[in-house]
Design a protein around this ligand. Structure first.
Ligand code: MG
Length: 370
């Protein structure tokens, strides 16, 4: 396809409740949307969910925006682009900038699916129209407050809850939450790399809380500690931040550093890379799931299409719009008996609401026009 125009749209958003993790509190953010129009008039949407402030992995929001506008869009618009090209050319040798790449690439996937008159889910080989989803509960000042929020999510119908843990906010919290939800409920913990090798004994003691897995206990580069924990602990070890590329995933699998993998298309630099990881994990028989990053309905729609693929065997981190935002930029995603529906319309199946785009504080910038 030839790209006719690319616009970047910023929509200020207010989070329903701040999400506290081991790297700080997230209260509000701008949705950064990318709209790509091809020469036939097909329009696709993507989203750049790079976080403001401390970078989670790769670029933070401002760096990612600049890479997108000053580096990636000028490059991509020089080419006749097909999504398959990204396999062959690997972004013409440009390294890094995964959030920005995913934002552009997912808009192109949306166009790609629309040109075929198909939903993105069907283009990707999705096998289900409904996905059971989970919620993430951040840190609170008291254990009671964590338990309260967990029970709120359980009562809303979420099939599993993942709680954020860090040194000093772990065993007692896990014990209280496990007690509250009962032994059968799917409970997970995410440490965002907050522990070190000397904590392996402590982390093994979390076996008592029957977690489905513990996610990213150690720093991204520390695969050895993940491998040791995976060997010593009865609880599965899940990787998130450690896996930015398919070659890193291969290395982690070969080292025995994970039993489960969280695949976020933003973190890995796009749907193409996420598919490559999905296929590798299916081949190795390793469980995987799709992680969320506070996406609006635009980013969530493509994550749900991905999550409908058969190798994503565990519940994704993709909650209903009302969990995150006072108002979403698309028609809201609504929880239905613990599930979200995978959009079945052509492309990603959703687009920003006209009234949202017309708002005074929304900034629409034309970055490229043929
Ligand atoms: Mg995580």
């Amino acid at each position: 396809m030839r790209i006719e125009r690319i616009r970047v749209v910023r929509v200020p958003l207010v989070l329903v409740s701040p999400l506290r993790t081991s790297d700080g509190a997230h209260q509000s953010r701008d949705a950064v949307l990318v709209e790509v129009t091809d020469a036939s008039g097909y329009v696709g949407w993507g989203e750049n969910v790079a976080p403001v402030g401390v970078a989670y992995v790769d670029d933070s929001a401002q760096q990612s925006y600049e890479a997108m506008v000053n580096l990636l869009i000028p490059e991509v618009t020089q080419h006749e682009v097909f999504v398959a090209d990204f396999f062959a050319n690997n972004w013409w040798g440009i390294e890094g900038h995964h959030f920005a790449k995913h934002a552009i690439e997912s808009a192109l996937w949306d166009v790609h699916a629309k040109r075929q008159g198909k939903s993105l889910a069907s283009v990707l080989g999705g096998v289900t129209g409904v996905v059971e989803v989970g919620a993430v509960v951040g840190m609170h000042d008291t254990i009671d407050a964590v338990v309260d929020e967990v029970m709120q999510r359980v009562n809303e119908g979420y099939a599993r809850v993942k709680i954020k843990i860090a040194p000093g906010h772990d065993a007692e919290v896990l014990a209280a939450v496990r007690e509250a939800v009962g032994i059968e409920y799917a409970l997970q913990a995410d440490a965002n790399g907050a522990y070190s090798a000397s904590d392996i004994d402590l982390l093994c003691s979390f076996d008592a809380y029957a977690l489905q897995f513990i996610e990213q206990p150690f720093a991204a580069q520390d695969l050895d500690s993940h491998a040791q924990l995976s060997q010593r602990s009865a609880t599965s070890v899940c990787l998130d931040e450690s896996v930015m590329t398919t070659s890193q995933l291969l290395n982690a699998l070969d080292l025995g550093a994970c039993d489960v993998v969280n695949i976020k298309p933003s973190r890995v630099g796009g749907i193409r890379e996420a598919i490559a990881m999905h296929d590798l994990l299916v081949e190795r028989g390793v469980d995987a799931w799709v992680g969320g990053m506070l996406e609006t309905g635009i980013g969530r729609a493509s994550c749900l299409a991905l999550a409908s693929m058969p190798g994503f065997t565990l519940t994704p981190d993709l909650s209903a719009s009302a969990r995150y935002f006072q108002r979403d930029v698309t028609a809201p995603f609504v929880l239905d008996d613990g599930c979200l529906h995978v959009p079945q319309g052509i492309g990603i199946g959703v687009e920003p609401l006209e009234e949202v785009l017309a708002e005074e504080n929304v900034v629409i910038e034309t970055v490229f026009e043929h």
